[in-house]
Ligand binder design. Structure first.
Ligand code: PGA
Length: 250
């Protein structure tokens, strides 16, 4: 059985005070024994997150990373740095990184490979744009994004990572994919991975992301191939995020 995982992607939001308030609320409200939880924080707050969550069952990670160990990469964060602040996870290939910061499938694959070698679990984000969905190439695009990483890190790598399917048209728009629409893609992705390795395909967690709210979470998570959620906007509200975690715990 795959365990449910719910992750918060705070994006470029928050202050030190808000981070403290959110984390106190999450710790008080979430039963992290019943569902895995991870918080993706802006890098500058990782020290605060570490202090607040150390010793709790809630994990945390960075929203982006550079694949090099160190060097002349102004503004970037290394895996060693993330690890020093206790990060168990790192978000890789979020659609905002791909579209706004020009990350190609190859760059994403490099980052996943680097995270795996550093012993940090990558959460690999994939998903189609509205235009791609309307042209009927959703499966093709998502499979291509997965394949780029699979070619790089193999089945061994996929045994140690989490996939987040996030249709770009559903991110931050309030337009959640219907449970059936999401399930169709999740099942297709699992079928694609099954061709590489049946055991890995059965075990890998595939999360859904895109306007997940407490009110829509239970229906999404009830789908057989949806193993939890990657939550943006609603993760900045204590009640919403706790509600989503509770939905996953059931
Ligand atoms: P959203 O963001 O929940 O605000 O749509 C999801 C994400 O970008 O990970």
């Amino acid at each position: 059985m795959r365990q449910a995982l719910v992750a918060a992607n705070w994006k470029m939001n928050g202050t030190k005070a808000q981070v403290a308030e959110l984390l106190a609320g999450f710790k008080a409200g979430i039963n992290a024994q019943a569902c895995q939880v991870a918080i993706f924080s802006p890098a500058v707050f990782l020290s605060d997150v570490q202090q607040a969550l150390q010793g709790s069952a809630i994990a945390w990670g960075g929203q982006n990373v550079h694949s090099a160990e160190s060097g002349a990469y102004t503004g970037e964060t290394s895996l060693g740095m993330l690890k020093e602040f206790g990060c168990q996870y790192v978000l890789v290939g979020h659609s905002e990184r791909r579209t706004l910061f020009g990350e190609s499938d190859e760059v994403v694959a490099e980052k996943v490979a680097a995270a795996l070698s550093a012993g940090v679990t990558p959460m690999l984000c994939i998903g189609e744009t509205l235009e791609e969905r309307e042209s009927g190439v959703t499966a093709e695009v998502c499979r291509r994004q997965l394949k780029a990483v699979l070619d790089k890190v193999g089945v061994a790598g996929f045994n140690k990572l989490v996939v987040a399917y996030e249709p770009v048209w559903a991110i931050g728009t309030g337009k959640t994919a219907s449970p059936e629409q999401a399930q169709e893609v999740h099942a297709d992705l699992r079928a694609f991975l099954q061709d590489a390795d049946a055991e890995m395909a059965k075990k890998i967690q595939i999360l859904y992301g895109g306007s997940v709210k407490a009110a829509s979470a239970a229906e999404l998570f009830a789908m057989p191939d949806i193993d939890g959620g990657l939550v943006g906007g609603a993760s900045l509200q204590i009640e919403e995020f706790v509600g989503i975690c509770n939905a996953a715990a059931q």
